[in-house]
Design a binder for this molecule. Sequence first.
Ligand code: HEM
Length: 657
Amino acid sequence: DPQGHYNVFLQHETPSSFGQGFDFNTIQQSPAFGTPSGYFGATQAPPAATTVDPITLGCGTPPASCPKTRYRSYDGSCNNLKNPVLGTPQTPYVRLLPAVYGDGLSTPTESKTGKPLPPSRVVSLLLYPDVPLEDPKWTLNAMQYGQIITHDMSMIAGSTQAQPHQTRCCTDDGQLLELANIPEHCYPILVPQDDPAHAQTNTKCMNFVRTITTRDRRCVSDYEPAEQLTVVNHFLDLSIVYGNNNDVNRQVREFRGGRLRVDVRRGKEWLPRAANATASCSIQSPQEACYFAGDTRVNQNPQLTLLQTILMREHNRIADVLSKLNPHWDDEIIFQEARKIAIAEHQHISYYEWLPIFIGADNSLKNKILFNTKNYVDDYSEHVDPTIINEHATAAFRYFHSAIAGHLDLVTEHRSSYGNVRLSDWLLRPAILEEEDNFDDLTRGLATQPELNVDQYHDNEITQYLFRGDRPFGADLKAIDIQRNRDHGLASYNDMRHFCGLPKAHTFDDFTDVISKENVQKLAALYPDPDDVDLTVGGSLEAHVPGTLAGPTFLCILTEQFFRTRAGDRFWYEHSEHNNGFTLSQLNAIRKVSISRLLCDNGHHIEAMQPRGFERISHSNGVVPCESLPSVDLSLWKDLGGGHQLGHGFESYNFKK
Ligand code: HEM
């Protein structure tokens, strides 16, 4: 297009087997953001920057040009060559159904009846109590890898997800501010008078700051509804390790031997320290570790930091092997080839080990998310939009918050648990990983301890004590999720379930086709009208589709997202060699990777693991020596020379066959 306007009105290609009555013709497409001409349809100049980082301005910056390369960019630009800005940071989520804002443009959702919606905290207290049921089959590792996948795919703009937000919507002692004094973007969570926790401290108000939107950044006209922005790239590409832009990437790299930067303490490699530890962590002394990684949320909880450390070490392990195999490769080639392998391992673990548990193997095969093959899968389509779906990130995927356990087991090599740590004591305090044998003991704990059942029950550690620091009580993740649902103006549960092929409910009773009578009664007591039920609430009460950990509505959303994330990624690892992929033998070597082997290879002294590390130890999944678990044969990356040179690297290599 001579104007340089990319065609972003992508038509979703529905795979023929994508059945179940989903009507994808109604999918809302993203408007043309980030066009080279600047602010699409803008009537006003963009607002002044509120943060120092210039990339946080605007709604996506298209690259000047797209280099020909076999490696993906850090920000995801040029993945889609028709629309190079697609999937880059600072662009809006897309929606499956139009937003339902209170005023039609940007204010939080309201009841269609004019009566108030039940306060989020009240819904959380009534429907999501702490009933500690353990998952009979899956480990805490399954939950934790889910958070890794999430952080790789999206992060709402304007949230730190860590330190108290700079914007304060309540007084320091938890009271509501005078209306006139409430800062912009505030949408505080109101605490009921009889709150079992917060009434004890006379807290009436919990901080909640609205997500930054295309309207806040003046990227749309005054007449267009707001779309929330996500600040990380949308692809499943280990951006949590490598960073979401060139700048962060430079900071995580060693620039020697293709390695990532590490700090060595007690003979072990740790993530480098954050430059400003007090801003990134809740440390209690200046020496306390607080890390820097590709994702700003790295320090949020110890098990997350643990997996981030494992993934960083895996990159360096691969880089060290590649430098020995190919002494003629420079830092850049080793780095990019190691990165490509690590991303492939991560995509493989996410899709072939993790997804079958959460969205079901049959469902994934049927919908062309997984393939039963030893061959290439060249299913990329530039018409599939890889953008993260708002209903996915703000409702469906958050459902797995239910699996979070409040205590983390410390487990010896003999698989006996000798203690545990309390989650809310160690949020934003990753130093615990470096004490004694905690790194290995928590790793074994992840793979031994069950996750909590994926159901309507949530651990008090995240509904009463989240980020409490040294206060008696903290935030409520379920109330936040409900509040966020309204902040983003997500379509109602009723409309979404209809979109996903279930009948539209006319009365609360109609919900009993997938929700228990008891829960429907509670919904009827809380909400003025069946059309008012929040997606995040209704979806989380549905009975699960057999073989999956989600009800039909969430399953439909998750399935659609994971289809797009795969088929909309031009650098997906299963593509053939001439489509940026590996040789077939390399690909089949990658397919041998497992979460268990990853933990074995990158822990300190972990000698044994069960083969399927997301599944609890059992007769059919017994602990075996690490060496007996299949591994990726990196000798297949020996470059025999004679590849075609291109820029700093090679367009093709002459890999050992
Ligand atoms: C200990 C574990 C976890 C903690 C403490 C945690 C906490 C949080 C917090 C504080 C937020 C931001 C909420 C907001 O302000 O709107 C969030 C967002 C989110 N969480 Fe979790 N979470 C955990 C695990 C998980 C898991 C296991 C999943 C899914 C498998 C998940 C999925 C999500 C998603 C999709 C978002 C929204 C991401 C976005 O910004 O687009 N989380 N979580």
